[in-house]
Write a protein that binds this ligand. Structure first.
Ligand SMILES: Cc1cc2nc3c(=O)[nH]c(=O)nc-3n(C[C@H](O)[C@H](O)[C@H](O)COP(=O)(O)O)c2cc1C
Length: 496
């Protein structure tokens, strides 16, 4: 895994209670008028249906309480990161930023995070409200884990979870979001896709003939989800990253069974071992919007040894669906910032903006806007964006546009594609790139390892031909002059 930055080895002076907390986060969301409490819904499909319908309509953050068959107080939270307001709030930023402004701030913060990451190593505290209830007699069905949709293969307690594992050799602690289904009282399944750090770590333990210690938080400040659920740079602790980007170290508590760090703001967590005993899991609706791993999968088993929860615990949950879905937004600005950073590190000048669109579930439709400086500039940007780690996995299309195009505005982007890209010469295809069995176009072959799947990428160059741009020969855009536009907007403000 290489040199490990921001690893959790630094033990700072203990604090009393977590300074980051999902309950105070909920108060802030409420003060923006974005929170709705939903009482009496069934864990069996109703929470999923309400969550999905909400995303397509009013985009509230939803707190489900008095869930059918469960005591009041055992809650499920969805819609936590539905738009720029909630992502900004989660990062401690004003909730008034446009998508692109958010990307720019995130980019600055990610950049300085990379430089100062050690200052933001997770900070250990001695106690946490999580330990208000410590259970060794385990029955995971005590929590209202939803069965989200009709074709799901079971109840998923882990959809927005934070899974902590420690590398056997380097000691690096990885935090990832990997789905977890209820199997029986003390058994869960966990599904790793191909290129996941968690999967590689588990394999090392198994190769050494050992079970892999694991700690999982099922309810936490949405900041943990933001960074557990996206490809952080190699060798960087996700919690250190989350701390650095929010400019406040992430507080963690040492798990009594495994010694792994658990977010101190966790509402519900378990510790246990991932054992080399395949179990069936799924299907579960995928982020692409399909049941594309159609049949049940064979996945590792988690044996739960201890359960901790706060009084009146809140499970953080989410579900996929036709985009936009409950978790399609938050990865757009983070992924865009990560790709932009990689472009800059690769020496690509003149990048004006990057946006990953929700319709492409943040992965499959990325737009890079550049100020063209030489012929071939757009090719450099497009190829690197589509093969960078955050841009490659489950990718499909990258569109490169000029700097007068707002990459977040689909009308603008499609207009550029239609008017500046000649399909015969303006679309490059790369085949045999990294693939995934989650791709609905993938031909499933049970004899194939997940790592063997490939796919192709289309890079669309919706840029003015450079020679004509240089000689100012590309047709002028039909639009009002900036001065007159400014004047009429001011003078006829009632229209605008
Ligand atoms: C809501 C949500 C659910 C996810 N579910 C899974 C999953 O079940 N399995 C998986 O391998 N990746 C899943 N991911 C993607 C990983 O969390 C993501 O790629 C992350 O970067 C993995 O961490 P790693 O790069 O350290 O392995 C999910 C992401 C989100 C946001």
């Amino acid at each position: 895994m290489g040199k490990v930055k921001g690893r959790d080895e630094k033990r700072l002076k203990p604090d009393q209670s977590p300074s980051r907390d999902v309950r105070s986060w909920l108060d802030e969301v409420k003060s923006l008028g974005l929170l709705k409490t939903v009482e009496g819904a069934d864990w069996d499909e109703e929470i999923g249906a309400i969550t999905d319908t909400n995303v397509k309509k009013n985009k509230y953050t939803l707190l489900f309480d008095k869930i059918k068959g469960y005591p009041k107080g055992f809650r499920v939270l969805t819609g936590s990161l539905l738009d720029s307001r909630r992502v900004a709030l989660t990062l401690g930023l004003p909730p008034t930023m446009s998508d692109l402004e958010l990307v720019k701030v995130l980019r600055d913060r990610l950049k300085s995070a990379g430089e100062n990451i050690d200052e933001y190593s997770p900070r250990y505290v001695d106690d946490a409200p999580l330990f208000e209830n410590t259970l060794k007699e385990v029955d995971m069905s005590m929590f209202p884990a939803p069965k989200w949709f009709v074709h799901d293969g079971g109840r998923y307690i882990g959809t927005a979870d934070a899974v902590m594992t420690r590398d056997l050799e380097t000691g690096w602690v990885n935090v990832g979001t990997y789905r977890m289904m209820l199997k029986d009282k003390n058994t869960l399944s966990i599904l790793f896709e191909a290129v996941r750090h968690g999967r590689f770590m588990v394999k090392k333990y198994w190769d050494a003939g050992k079970p892999c210690p694991v700690a999982v938080s099922f309810g936490h400040h949405p900041l943990a989800l933001m960074f557990a659920g996206i490809e952080a740079p190699q060798g960087v602790s996700e919690l250190a990253y989350a701390g650095a980007v929010s400019e406040q170290p992430y507080e963690v508590i040492k798990g009594p069974v495994t010694g792994l760090p658990i977010p101190a703001d966790s509402e519900v967590a378990i510790e246990g071992y991932i054992v080399n005993e395949p179990t069936t899991e799924g299907p579960l609706g995928e982020f692409i919007g399909y049941y594309s791993m159609a049949t049940a999968n064979q996945a590792p088993t988690v044996k739960v040894e201890a359960v901790y929860h706060r009084n009146d615990p809140i499970l953080l949950g989410t579900c996929a669906g036709r985009p936009p879905h409950d978790y399609s937004y938050f990865r757009c600005p983070v992924r865009a910032a990560l790709i932009w950073d990689i472009l800059e590190k690769a020496g690509i000048q003149g990048v004006q903006g990057v946006w990953c669109h929700e319709a492409g579930y943040s992965r499959a439709f990325t737009v890079v806007s550049i100020k063209q400086m030489f012929a071939g500039h757009d090719r450099m940007a497009g190829y690197i964006a589509c093969q960078s780690r955050p841009g490659a996995v489950a990718g499909r299309y990258v569109v490169v546009v000029d700097d007068d195009i707002d990459p977040t505005n689909l009308d603008d982007v499609i207009w550029a594609m239609c008017s500046r890209s000649d399909p015969a010469t303006g679309i490059d295809i790369i085949s045999e790139t990294i693939g995934t069995p989650v791709d609905p176009l993938a031909e499933h072959d049970p004899s194939k390892d997940m790592l063997e799947y490939t796919g192709s990428r289309g890079i669309i160059f919706a840029t003015k031909p450079f020679g004509r741009l240089l000689r100012n020969e590309f047709p002028k855009v039909v639009e009002p002059s900036p001065e007159v536009k400014e004047k009429v907007t001011r003078e006829w403000s009632e229209i605008f």
